[in-house]
Design a protein around this ligand. Structure first.
Ligand code: ZN
Length: 429
């Protein structure tokens, strides 16, 4: 493993200070942070960039096992590294679903074998995500799983959810919820509003999200569990989370890049790269999400990276599956549309998601920490000419975005160097 010194960057450390500094990495560990340090190993000029902890995504669909034609752990890891990520939490809605210990171990082991990012399995709340009985929570917990979700579906049965919450409250695990009421969303193709009326499409009302959050918060009060709302999409939902935090509940929430960037008017030409669940909502919702990210109501940006093959997505809107990819451009999207400043930027992209996912080696930039870092240029144009994902269902391809990942360092090795995946240029150091 080569030593190196990153020079002349704005360095954001774990405690949130942002100062012009150098970062010295020796033996895969951050050895020194400061100004004008003596160079160890290779000197790399990083003037104009921000250096912070590598990004952490608490919501990635890697599609392995079972749907490798969409994505697999290797291709998803490449896209993640290109996006500046050093850890991703893999959603359990695979085939089979991750509802037992051996399946979680498979995902973690395959991620380690690929070796580009830390791949962290999440586990199902219900067996087979069928919503009828609990998944093998004991086994999943023993396999190291701390975040549980039936993502893709809400857990409808409040009794089942309560039992999962009680189990995880005892262990300080996290219940993450895809808050969309199945009945209110039935047949829904996009946000319920004037554009869905114009297009003659069945809409998904904001209440599909907000009624689930309201019910879940009353169960959080009952059980004391750590609760995380996935892909928050409505202004009302943001207000509910802000109020729950004020009340002292252990609640966190994520916003996706696409809900921060687009609104329901983008559905106008019915290109399926704008079809996802929850749907793109109204400009007032987008404003509330951006403001929530700034003021702390929303804790993290999570991609909900959801690859689908061309033969699935190249269909008329109604026949196309929900979901878009986003790992490679999440940071650029946030940098383009939300004024956060470097400290808050790394809080929502790296530090807070690492806390939610319980990752001790991530979300930290300090002396003695493993070197999981990203060198991000906030003024450069993002490369939107290609994707490293197996799937191309991205609304960002070909779009002008500001902010580019220059280097990604995972456990002291460059996974991305000058914007290119290190393994592709044969320079894995
Ligand atoms: Zn979801």
């Amino acid at each position: 493993m080569r030593d190196f010194t990153l020079q002349n960057a704005l360095v954001v450390t774990t405690d949130g200070t942002a100062e012009k500094s150098d970062v010295v990495v020796t033996d895969g560990v951050v050895a020194e942070i400061g100004q004008g340090l003596q160079v160890r190993g290779e000197a790399i000029d990083c003037a104009g960039t921000w250096i912070g902890p590598g990004f952490v995504d608490v919501h990635t669909h890697l599609r392995e096992p079972g749907q490798e034609w969409k994505e697999d752990i290797a291709t998803g890891s490449r896209a993640a590294a290109a996006g500046g990520y050093t850890a991703v939490v893999a959603m359990p809605n695979t085939d089979p679903a991750i509802d037992g210990g051996h399946l979680a171990r498979y995902v973690a082991d395959r991620g380690a074998e690929v070796g580009l990012v830390e791949v962290v399995p999440s586990g199902c709340i219900s067996a087979g995500r069928a919503g009828a009985k609990l998944a093998h929570l004991d086994e999943l917990w023993a396999a190291g799983v701390t975040l549980y979700t039936d993502d893709g579906d809400s857990v409808d049965d409040a009794g089942l959810l309560r039992r999962a919450m009680e189990y995880l409250a005892e262990r300080d695990g996290v219940v993450a919820q895809h808050c969309i009421d199945a009945g209110l969303a039935a047949g829904g193709q996009m946000h319920e509003g004037d554009i869905s009326s114009l297009l003659g499409m069945t809409g998904v009302p904001r209440e599909a999200e907000e009624t689930v959050i309201a019910r879940d918060l009353s169960l959080v009060r009952l059980t004391g569990v750590r609760y995380h709302v996935q892909h928050l999409s409505t202004a009302g939902g943001v207000a509910m989370i802000a109020a729950a935090k004020k009340e002292g509940l252990r609640v966190t929430a994520e916003a996706t890049p696409h809900h921060l960037f687009f609104d329901h008017s983008d559905v106008g030409d019915t290109n399926p790269v704008y079809k996802m669940m929850p749907p793109l909502r109204e400009p007032s919702d987008v404003d509330a999400l951006r403001e929530g990210l700034r003021n702390g109501a929303i804790d993290v940006v999570a991609t909900d990276h959801a690859p689908h093959a061309d033969h699935e997505k190249d269909h008329p809107w109604e026949d196309s599956p929900f979901g878009v990819t986003g790992l490679e451009w999440a940071a650029a999207v946030v940098n383009t549309v939300v004024e956060l400043g470097p400290a808050r930027f790394f809080s929502v992209m790296s530090k807070n998601p690492a806390v939610i996912a319980g990752l001790a080696d991530q979300g930290r930039l300090e002396v003695g920490a493993p070197a999981n870092l990203v060198v991000f240029d906030p003024a450069a144009s993002a490369n939107t000419t290609r994707t490293l994902s197996r799937s191309g269902n991205s609304p960002y391809l070909g779009r002008e975005l500001q902010g580019a990942v220059r280097h990604t360092v995972f456990r002291g090795r460059f996974t991305v160097r000058n914007g290119e995946l290190a393994e592709l240029v044969g320079a894995m150091g």
